[in-house]
Design a protein around this ligand. Structure first.
Ligand SMILES: Cc1ncc(COP(=O)(O)O)c(C=O)c1O
Length: 381
């Protein structure tokens, strides 16, 4: 970060005009067919003329202003290898979390950390136990590397069945994968139950806790498992990402936290590098509490709009601690998806084995969620 000091960037008071540095977030335009369809069905609803993405659990506000400034200020450094960047970021992130930087590795998104753990688990065959449904990246990798995946269905309330997972463990199970809050079901596991389970499971195998949505959680019953890593437990990996609340999904930065011995074991298996721009953007963003608070507040507003809609039309939904909702629309999801897309709204795909009449709806800006509700009401009620 040469032209701007970090303090200048954080204060947003640099000599560089902030407004000119912040491009409007590019939108995907509607096709002519979508325009015609929208006019035919809902002439009285004023609509955006781009596709509203409620499909990938992103931050609709994009990267923070300070992250964009950091990217701009470091553009000229992209001719150089990024020798020290990852270490400096690791130190900042470790400090924020009360750890030393040898407890931390940085990946190309948390996806890289998930893949490495999946490869470690699958290399010697054996099995991996997980909640079903859940996020697939680690499981796909472990399966390709040779592991059998044992999926333990969620219970009637769509909550993780930890006792069922205990029963599913076999002598050859070398990894337990927990996503908390889960995806596509946006609920959490009770903090005490989770802690007891992770401690018990990690006595004789690796436990991977994916906390991609950690920053959105508001339920007081939730606990991060980072504390177990900080306390020196050896067989636990916690993953976090810059892709969600930090709005840096396209820049690919994620974090793996574990005991330093395990970090060494995972670190050499990395196959790619991060970039000057992704490191500097993350460095700025993680020190920008204002943007995180803003994003959390807007996400809460958007979630309330969708939950109100569910209450109004008596739709079942799962209380969310993330930036997406899971709602039972009563309509087959593929039909729901294609109908919504005709109105310029991209919604989530199917998530088997969840019943096909549930849809995952990622949060976007409150005004875009209002539009989603208006279209839903017009078409389906
Ligand atoms: C639970 C979970 N883990 C990990 C990821 C991967 O995120 P990234 O590779 O962008 O860090 C996602 C992305 O949607 C996710 O939902």
């Amino acid at each position: 970060m040469s032209n701007l000091t970090r303090r200048q960037i954080l204060l947003g008071g640099s000599a560089v005009a902030a407004a000119s540095l912040i491009p409007a977030v590019p939108k995907t335009p509607l096709t002519p067919q979508m325009r015609m369809m929208a006019q035919a069905v809902a002439t009285d609803i004023s609509r955006p003329d781009y596709i509203i993405r409620l499909s990938s659990n992103e931050n609709p506000y994009g990267p923070s202003r300070v992250a964009l400034q950091a990217i701009d200020a470091n553009m000229h450094r992209t001719n150089r290898y990024n020798m020290q960047g990852e270490r400096s970021l690791a130190e900042v992130i470790a400090r924020i979390n009360g750890l030393t930087s040898d407890h931390l590795m940085i990946g190309s998104g948390s996806g890289e950390i998930l893949n490495i753990a999946g490869m470690l688990a699958g290399m010697s065959g054996g099995s991996v136990v997980c909640i079903d449904p859940t996020f697939q990246a680690l499981l796909r990798y472990a399966h390709s590397a040779g592991a059998e995946i044992i999926r333990v269905p969620v219970n009637e309330a769509m909550a993780a069945d930890l006792d069922g997972m205990r029963r599913a463990i076999r002598p050859d199970t070398n990894l337990v994968y927990l996503v908390n809050p889960n995806n596509p079901i946006p609920n959490i596991i009770n903090g005490k139950e989770m802690r007891d389970f992770v401690l018990e499971m990690s006595e004789s195998r690796l436990v991977f806790v994916d906390e991609a949505y950690h920053e959105y959680v508001e339920d007081p019953n939730y606990s991060s498992m980072l504390e177990l890593v900080a306390n020196g437990h050896k067989n636990i990996v916690v993953a976090r990402t810059a892709s969600k609340i930090h709005g840096l999904a396209g820049l690919r930065i994620g974090f793996g936290y574990a005991h330093p011995d395990l970090i060494k074991d995972m670190q050499w298996r990395k196959t790619g590098d991060t970039t000057v721009l992704s490191i500097e953007a993350a460095m700025a963003s993680y020190q920008d509490d204002e943007f995180q608070n803003f994003s959390r507040r807007k996400n809460r507003e958007s979630r309330a709009i969708v939950e109100d809609m569910c209450e109004r039309y008596s739709l079942r939904y799962i209380k969310s601690n993330t930036n997406f909702s899971l709602i039972e629309t009563g309509i087959e999801n593929q039909q729901f998806q294609s109908t919504m897309l005709k109105h310029g709204i991209a919604t989530g795909r199917d998530f088997p084995p969840i019943n096909k009449t549930w849809s995952r709806i990622s949060m976007s800006k409150p005004e875009e969620m209002e539009y989603f509700v208006q279209i839903y009401a017009r078409l389906f009620t």
